[in-house]
Design a protein around this ligand. Sequence first.
Ligand code: PEP
Ligand code: MN
Length: 271
Amino acid sequence: MNEYIQSLKKQGKLNVSIDKSKKFNWGYFKIAGPCSVEGESIIEISKEIKKCGADALRAGAYKPCTYPILKETNGWKEGLRKEGLELLKLAKKESGLPIVTEVMDARMIDAVGEVADVFQVGTRNFQNYTLLDELGKQKIPVLLKRGTWGTLDEILGAAERILVGGNQNIAICLRGVVGAPSYRHIWPTIRWTPDLMMIPALKEVTNIPVIYDPSHSTGYRNFVKPVSNAALAAGADGLIIECHPSPQDSISDAAQAIDYNDLKEIFNYEK
Ligand code: PEP
Ligand code: MN
């Protein structure tokens, strides 16, 4: 164990135990929903994913796309933004499900916090210290997605930024990392390499819950189920899965979206 981790352990910082009685109950936590809020359909989707066993609805109102503004669909331009937040409010009211949605910028914390039950920090913001420091001052739980480049030390350091600010209600989300996927000639949407071993590695050094994202880490719907099962077998505390009523028609991340039947099957897996 390296010096940095040893010193965090000594300070008790890695022994943070998430208080299960708190507002948010990280456990085998099942999060699902489309990559992004696409319109009023999010209300129906929220009810459907609840029937599939989801504990929370995920969907981005603000979407950090790899290429800016390639797509514009019915007002969707890197997300429906403000309108997306309003629709998430309605979905929450109708389904009763808590909302996990991305906050991309410290200046957006108040607006996104009006609807988010969990702030999602996207991979691109994994080391955005301004954002992490501000989220440390919030009471709303944070799902911190690993940067595609993040080492174990960097994951712990990023998590610590939120913890030292006073927000103890965090979970780390593993979502695939930069690697050398050799699948590209057959499945071009595979961009990342699943980072399954980081689950037990994190469990060795911290009590922070680990949520696995089999959607972004595989990039292809046929691999979502096996990798979900592998993540649970490796000790993940939950899953966050992209799901859509008509997966191939998703505005963003269509190739990795699964349908309700597959979602139900994955969520029924006995840990
Ligand atoms: C997402 O969850 O839709 C997303 C954009 O994820 P990531 O930040 O991991 O790419
Ligand atoms: Mn996505």
